[in-house]
Unconditional design. Structure first.
Length: 343
């Protein structure tokens, strides 16, 4: 009977999961702005906490943080929207340049006895479709921010609530000290992860922008923003960010510039991802490659481009929540990429 009860529990749990996912997809227009608001609020919470430690009133701290959010996002939005418009207008020219550069490379191969028809290459690689997909993804993120006033209002209320939340929890859980401690540990872990990851993503985006500007690749700010956003995705994020920039460098400047562009992405992500990030992030937050891929597919299907960009932070938060609950630690182990190393 125990095995039968466990099987029923698994079936009920799976059915509940499917219902929740379907509900989230149906309510994505409401959930996506809320997700963005929570993400922005968590990243900005340390700034507000620092101001409050310096005796700055709560309302003034929130005003300062909101003004900073408006300044940063407005600046990025203006730069990216201008680049996207110009980029979309240049797509026909890039298609022709791609054909010319590819023919040069195929002629070079033919000197070594390797005959590859251009039509065959064209069937596998279409630069305009790849670049158009990048543009559509960024536009999808921009569409999520069109309801910007709602996002800012939610951030304000979250920051106000964050000030009183510890007091409310201490009153609500006065007989459950361990639960309160686990919740505080979870919040601190999530906050630390998102803040450090955001700082490193900004550094990655700035370095990529500077490198592409030095090489003379078109729209370096656009590719820097892509590198910043996709740095939240481990393992495959850097590859996704590098692909359109390398392809554009090949189309615009030739094979050598494409090689240098790819080398720049490789060096920046190796240094940030393998040297800097482990030092400040610590171990134990890694996700297996399969979990990363499934998270991208699942959250991307449910919430669109915003879901893809926030899929890994969402999954990391779930993993930290599982670790904070002794009954759910087995799920955290299943998501982890370093279980064998820990043993």
């Amino acid at each position: 009977m125990n095995e039968q009860n466990k099987a029923i529990q698994w079936l009920v749990g799976f059915a509940a999961f499917i219902i929740i996912i379907a509900g989230l997809k149906a309510a994505s227009q409401i959930v996506v702005p809320f997700m963005l608001s929570v993400f922005i609020a968590i990243v900005c919470a340390p700034i507000m906490a620092s101001l409050r430690r310096r005796k700055v009133p709560t309302w003034l701290s929130i005003v300062a943080v909101v003004m900073l959010i408006l300044l940063v996002i407005s600046t990025i939005a203006v730069l990216v929207s201008a680049s996207l418009d110009n980029f979309s207008g240049q797509l026909p020219n890039y298609r022709q340049r791609f054909e010319d550069e590819t023919e040069k490379v195929l002629q070079l191969f033919s000197h070594f006895g390797l005959q590859i028809p251009y039509d065959q290459v064209k069937g596998y690689i279409d630069p305009s479709s790849i670049m158009q997909m990048v543009a559509n993804t960024l536009r999808g993120l921009g569409n999520a921010l069109t309801n910007f006033i709602l996002v800012v209002m939610i951030v304000i209320f979250i920051l106000f609530e964050a000030v009183e939340l510890p007091k409310k929890l201490s009153l609500a859980l006065n007989d459950a000290t361990s639960s309160l401690q686990r919740f505080e540990s979870f919040i601190q872990s999530v906050n630390r992860y998102l803040v450090i990851k955001t700082i490193l993503s900004v550094v990655t985006g700035v370095l990529i922008t500077i490198w592409l500007w030095v090489l003379g690749v078109d729209f370096p700010v656009l590719w820097g923003v892509c590198a910043f956003l996709l740095n939240y995705i481990p393992n495959i994020g850097s590859i996704i960010a590098a692909a359109p920039a390398v392809l554009l460098a090949f189309v615009q400047l030739g094979s050598l510039s494409a090689l240098l562009t790819g080398t720049g992405f490789l060096v920046v992500n190796l240094v940030i991802g393998n040297l800097v990030e482990p030092r400040y992030m610590g171990k134990g937050l890694g996700l297996s490659t399969l979990v990363v891929f499934l998270s991208l597919v699942l959250w991307g299907w449910v919430f669109g481009p915003v879901g893809m960009l926030l899929s890994i932070p969402l999954t990391i938060m779930m993993k930290l929540a599982f670790e904070a609950n002794p009954k759910m630690q087995w799920l955290a182990i299943m998501l982890d990429s370093e279980t064998i190393a820990k043993k």
